[in-house]
Design a protein around this ligand. Structure first.
Ligand code: CAA
Length: 240
């Protein structure tokens, strides 16, 4: 029987490419989104992938949403914690709200997404968890004290949970995308973006599909001995 995969933030950007790649690899996919109904409807229309609306920053909404996905599609075998936001500002201008929104979505949102599926994975003796972190969680980034802190936190989460899940057949890994051609990166002022691209040895932004292929691999049986790892896909911008 096809495995079931949940992708948070799975209707746009990198998440959209992940949802499509997992479907193409034979998974039953559920994609979540937080707000953009129009885009989600167009995504389902184009892909046939079912979408669910909840805010990853809200634990109860995540728990209830996940229960609904499991009622519709069966137990979740693969969870991709992808939903993420930016609220960039130099630290002296960063507001407590900008800090909190990013922490609630990018870090607590990962807890909210994985915690409800974890007991079932333990019981069934199988699970794949992939967290989408960022090159900026590895190296830090001007105007991203909030975002980089959460993305670095995601790596600590992965490395800890990998140790807990190992004996139960669960792997927990991270992918650290570099600058990928999505709405999030296109929102960076053009001059700043051009300067960043100038620092990428490959000389271009990445494509969402280049990240989706990393995720599909980590979700597969081929990746059974990879646990607590980070795949960096950043065009050579940063090595760790
Ligand atoms: N390094 C050093 N200095 C920098 C800088 C950098 N990377 N970027 C900007 N600055 C400087 C500017 O030159 C300017 O200096 P002066 O005051 O001397 O002119 C100052 O910092 C910025 O001042 P502003 O008043 O213009 O700043 P602002 O409040 O308007 O904020 C910004 C602008 C938010 C910093 C904007 O430049 C920006 O968005 N930068 C990009 C941040 C970034 O890379 N975000 C990544 C988003 S994509 C993503 O997050 C996905 C992923 O995982 C990779």
């Amino acid at each position: 029987m096809a495995r079931t995969a949940l992708v948070t933030g799975g209707t746009r950007g990198i998440g959209e490419a992940i949802s499509k790649a997992l479907k193409a690899a034979g998974y039953q996919v559920a994609a979540t989104y937080a707000g953009n109904d129009e885009k989600a409807a167009a995504f389902t229309e184009a892909t046939g992938i079912k979408t669910y609306k909840w805010n990853a920053a809200d634990y109860d909404a995540s728990k209830d949403g996940i229960a609904q996905v499991e009622a519709d599609l069966g137990p979740i075998d693969v969870v991709i914690a992808n939903a993420g936001i930016t609220r960039d500002a130099p630290f002296h201008k960063m507001t407590p709200e900008q800090w909190k929104e990013v922490v609630d979505t990018n870090l607590t949102g990962v807890f909210n997404t994985v915690h409800p599926v974890w007991p079932g994975m333990r019981e069934r003796g199988f699970g794949r968890v992939v967290v989408i972190s960022s090159v900026n969680g590895q190296k830090g980034q001007f105007a991203q004290a909030n975002y980089a802190a959460t993305k670095a936190g995601d790596l600590g989460f992965v490395r800890s949970l990998a140790q807990e899940g190992a004996a139960k057949g669960i792997t927990v890994n991270a992918v650290c995308p570099g600058y990928i051609a999505t709405e999030m990166v296109m929102a960076v002022p053009e001059k700043v973006r051009d300067a960043i691209v100038g620092m990428i040895p490959t000389g271009r932004l990445g494509e969402p599909e280049e990240i989706a292929r990393c995720v599909t691999f980590l979700a597969s049986d081929d990746a059974s001995f990879i646990n607590g790892s980070t795949i960096s896909a950043n065009g050579g911008q940063f090595f760790s």
